[in-house]
Design a protein around this ligand. Structure first.
Ligand code: B12
Ligand code: SF4
Length: 561
């Protein structure tokens, strides 16, 4: 086989494609199925799911199941004028069909490090079935040292891809970013029921920036887009962001947004200008954001609530870790306060930090669990190529050489030599953390119902109509459904922990008191159905049932050749 030597580039040096914007482009994610063990690096414990993979994975039938599109290639497609197809979650057959059915000049593949074996196979298929195509590989995989010798691609792109692709096609790389309309999640399931996909019911994803200037040593997103002090902003000001959100509101009929920005609240000026515009136009929007504790502390609770922050993903590293983003914050107090104001908190805790030992790690996990967040993500401390941590571990000779990249996803075992914890124990502690959080705090669905109710009670008579409307909307839309789910959870969770089951029962009572007549009656009917579907799902999961995202194909600027 002839191996081309690819250039590994970022957007600052790009050689233009001879056909420019006339080139036909295919942008694809890697092929599935994902939730199984195979020779292409799929792993059953690493499905293409956010919550079930790394957040609610120990919660059985209560685990939140949903899929997210590959936003990077959607963003690139929306910002080039060449005819372009996005193929998301293909099977190998779908991919083969697409590259043989059309004469693509450029085939771009997007992937992260775990999926390296898939791109190797996809390059092989392209060379055989579409030999005239130029292969461009982008996404976090580009951070692997020596990746150019591992796959048969022509170009490997590091960092931001819109500007790279624009330069490659001879377009203006600094033209304003056109934001694609993205429904944040799809095929949502919980308690054995697939939720209906009604227009406007699911949040729109907004991508204000990539990267994060905080530069924590293990953080791959920060490192990939420039590291400490750097990031790439797509929408600089609150005004620009407001306009984009308004467009999405009109296009997707949404009032809630999933803001895909690693540290949204860090940019206070932008957020506060956005709030001003929201107030001017009476927008009762809600926002799910990622933010570090030090950034959250720049705001009062009232500002967060007025801004519509309804869900917050925050790092809760061990109290002994010295990350700037925590800056001495009492994260337990902060979490409690946020939840009392109706803000759902998703904590994120790293297992296996440098100071952890078999003797102190249990206390650190208990500390994390004691935050009683609505959701809790646990991840192994993982030196990933491209990060300062990887550099340091490599220099210290602590990287384990025989670990397959497909297993470097933070949910299995260490990929480095830890001073005090063995590889096998790293998995045991990780699995235990998930279980402990579930056992002590109960299903996340129960926890978010509790936060929602607290917020509604506090803000239902609030003077700002936008805030009132948001809480009333969130509460009333689902009130009867939450009560019914609580009815079923209370019974099912009795098998895990009676105390938590009683707490769920008490919350159900509270919901009942706050409900109208229809919602009061609903649990009697819907509750038993949900209990039945929950138990059916438990049996399915025990038999090894897994879920896969659907294959999606979207063309833009397309005329059949
Ligand atoms: C959404 C998401 C997911 C979705 C994936 C959806 C999908 N369709 O792939 C879900 C939830 C399923 C997921 C799962 C996992 N994820 Co994930 N995920 C993300 C997240 C939060 C957002 C990605 C995103 O859209 N970003 C915004 C877009 C605009 O950025 P981007 O994708 O990087 O794309 C830009 C460039 O990379 C480049 N680019 C990308 N593709 C291409 C292609 C071409 C041709 C070109 C030229 C350029 C280019 O241009 C884009 C625009 O600038 C990121 C964190 C983050 N903030 O990025 C983590 C992230 C990508 N995930 C990560 C990890 C580790 C995982 C898991 C392994 C973790 C786990 N155990 O759960 C699994 C793997 C699942 C699997 N089987 O593959 C890591 C990747 C680490 C690495 N170095 O490889 C990240 C960076 C999080 C982190 N900080 O650790 N993930
Ligand atoms: S604050 Fe979060 S996103 Fe920013 S560098 Fe640290 S871990 Fe990464």
């Amino acid at each position: 086989m002839e191996i081309h030597v690819p250039s590994v580039t970022s957007s600052s040096h790009v050689e233009r494609h001879p056909k420019g914007t006339q080139a036909r482009i295919l942008l694809s994610s890697v092929f599935g199925p994902y939730a199984r063990d195979d020779q292409f690096g799929s792993r059953s414990i690493n499905p293409m799911e956010l919550y079930h993979n790394q957040v609610t994975r120990a919660q059985g039938s209560f685990s939140l199941r949903m899929f997210h599109r590959s936003w990077g290639i959607m963003l690139i497609q929306a910002n080039i004028s060449a005819p372009c197809t996005v193929l998301d979650f293909p099977t190998r057959k779908d991919f083969e069909r697409e590259i043989t059915a059309h004469a693509y000049d450029v085939i771009g593949i997007s992937l992260i490090i775990v999926n390296i074996a898939k791109v190797r196979e996809m390059c092989r298929m392209i060379r055989k079935l579409s030999p005239n195509s130029t292969i461009v590989v982008g996404g976090h995989v580009a951070a692997i040292p020596g990746v150019d010798k591992m796959i048969d691609a022509d170009q490997i792109v590091r960092g931001e891809g819109v500007s790279w692709m624009r330069r490659y096609l001879g377009e203006d790389q600094s033209a304003p970013i056109r934001h694609p309309a993205i429904v944040s999640g799809m095929r949502t399931r919980i308690m054995g029921i697939r939720l209906p996909e009604l227009k406007g019911a699911t949040a729109a994803t907004i991508i204000p920036s990539v990267g994060c200037p905080m530069g924590c040593n293990f953080c791959t997103t920060s490192a990939f887009f420039g590291g400490k002090g750097n990031f790439v902003n797509f929408f600089e000001s609150g005004d620009e962001l407001f306009e984009v959100m308004q467009q999405m509101e009109a296009e997707l009929k949404v009032q809630s947004f999933f803001v895909m920005d690693e540290n949204f609240l860090l940019h206070r000026e932008r957020a506060m200008r956005l709030l001003e515009r929201m107030k001017e136009r009476q927008k009762s929007w809600s926002m799910s954001v990622f933010a570090s504790a030090n950034a959250i502390r720049k705001y009062t609770m009232q500002e967060l609530v007025e801004l519509g922050v309804s869900w917050l993903w925050m790092g809760l590293e061990s109290p002994q870790a010295s990350y700037n983003k925590l800056q001495g914050t009492d994260t337990r107090q902060l979490t409690r306060e946020l939840r009392e104001h109706g803000i759902r908190v998703q904590g994120s805790t790293i297992i296996g930090l440098e100071h952890h030992t078999p003797d102190n790690i249990v206390a650190d996990i208990e500390h994390a669990v004691s935050h009683d967040t609505d959701f809790h993500q646990f991840m192994l401390y993982t030196p990933v190529p491209g990060t300062p941590l990887y550099q340091q571990m490599s220099e210290e000779g602590r990287m384990l050489r025989d670990v397959d990249y497909a297993d470097v996803h933070g949910q299995f075992k260490f990929n480095f030599k830890h001073a005090a914890i063995s590889r096998d124990d790293s998995k045991r502690f990780l699995d235990w953390a998930f279980w402990r959080d579930f056992e002590v705090n109960g299903p996340s669905l129960y926890r978010i119902s509790r936060t929602l109710l607290a917020g509604w009670k506090r803000y239902k008579d609030w003077p700002d109509a936008r805030v009132r409307e948001r809480f009333t909307r969130e509460m009333h839309k689902l009130n009867g459904v939450y009560s019914s789910a609580l009815w079923a959870m209370e019974r099912q969770f009795r098998r895990v922990d009676v105390k938590v089951s009683d707490q769920i029962g008490a919350l159900r009572e509270e919901f009942r008191r706050e409900s109208g007549i229809v919602s009061r009656l609903m649990p009697a009917v819907l509750g038993p159905i949900l209990l039945w579907s929950t138990r059916r799902e438990e049996k399915r999961l025990a038999r090894g049932k897994t879920y896969e995202p659907p294959t999606i194909l979207e063309r833009r600027n397309w005329a059949e050749a």
